[in-house]
Design a protein around this ligand. Sequence first.
Ligand SMILES: Nc1ncnc2c1ncn2[C@@H]1O[C@H](COP(=O)(O)OS(=O)(=O)O)[C@@H](OP(=O)(O)O)[C@H]1O
Length: 465
Amino acid sequence: MSQLEISTRLHCSSAALRCTDYHCFCHPWKHHLTLKKNPVKKPQGIFPICLTCVLPTNGLQHLLPCRKVKAIYRCQTGGLWIFLSLLILLLVMLQAAEKLQPPKRDIVFLKVHKSASSTVMNILFRFGETHNLTFAFPIGGGNQLFYPRHFLANFVQGFSPWSPQRFNILCHHMRFLQPEVQKVVSSSAVYFSILRNPVQLMESAFVYYKGTSAFSRAHSLEEFLSQPYHYYNPTNSDSHYAKNLMTFDFGFNPDGEVSAQRVQLMLKAIEASFDLLLISEYFDESMVLLKEMLCWDLDSVVSFPLNIRDSSTKSPLPDTIVEKIKDWNRLDWEIYIYFNRTFWERIDRDIGRERMQQEVKALRDRQAELARTCLQGTGSVAPKDIKDSSLRPLQHGNAMILGYNLRQGLDKEMEHTCRRLVTPELQYSSILYKKQFAQQQPQTQQPSPSQQDNVLRHRLEGTQN
Ligand SMILES: Nc1ncnc2c1ncn2[C@@H]1O[C@H](COP(=O)(O)OS(=O)(=O)O)[C@@H](OP(=O)(O)O)[C@H]1O
């Protein structure tokens, strides 16, 4: 029996229907071949099996009426063929099973300051609200988990060492300390954070935290960097805003010595604790990676940029200043360049640049569509122009933080969706806090200093101090 490759040689008697309209499925255990009309989408997965199927060239294929949707022919038999078919079938099933994983709901997000973290937090707030998840709120419903202290489980409202209750999402500002974080979330929680180029991060922090001890006396960032130790005193309780802010938020000592060994230890410790590090310069790519890791859909990671500054409070940085900022924030710089590299490696490994481009485009298209539906005007506006006071973001330091106006006349459901997209962090957190603790009186007591002391002994030796 001579052989014929089904995909290329099958001849049709009717010119109106092309043979490529069909694909075949070879039943390995029945040793026959089934022809099926292709769906509109090009079949994938199963199709390669067909290429290895063969037809007898006894003239039958010439007689195949194209209108016939199903035709059965003999396949070439053989153990190898059966084995390969089963293997491919198994792989296809595994692939499908992976795609069917439920969305992840237990999440720790380290909200690193000045790194687009409020925009990410808004995404988590919306997902949590939609899916009725619980948040690890600071006691009393504040905005930060007793930052800048290292995180303690008993900073969280409702936490008790004797109760099995765990919270789905932990995402308020904190100084990371993993052994304590682990007490308030499920052991299967996904950990992620976001980083920003330390140069832009410091420029942003200088304006936003202008009132802090290190920055208040310097007229400009240039002036501060010309003699930083004139302004910066590491013993001041607010000094962390001025040096290696990311390093500090990850729980390490921002004034630590910068040796190769120390940097390695720090990077490895971060890598061991976090499943994913996003990069705010590539925010959309970050959201695609995030949705893949969390098994969320595209709509769950759409956002409008929040906590953004008006350009009048941004200053361009000459090259000399850029170099000084990198030097001054050497630990942050090491974190950033390392995880920027692993970020792209991960994209290449898990998604590929081509698919990433398609996903980013889909995300941007969806965001543009939502902006047209939800927003009045073309985008963000100055705080004085925000008509609804509940949508006005907190103003801080010398920064002018922009917000949004909603379009009028939206139907109820759309109004809710749009409103949540532009609700600033403090207002949204307060809404969710009230919902979660609707039945209870808010607690206001602070954790005792002795409880904190105990935990500080857990710091990672050699890397955090
Ligand atoms: N989507 C997106 N992409 C890129 N950058 C973004 C995005 N959303 C917010 N931002 C910028 O992030 C800065 C605010 O960061 P945070 O929200 O982390 O600040 S805060 O620590 O919570 O106050 C702030 O930076 P500056 O404007 O330079 O201050 C925002 O403009």
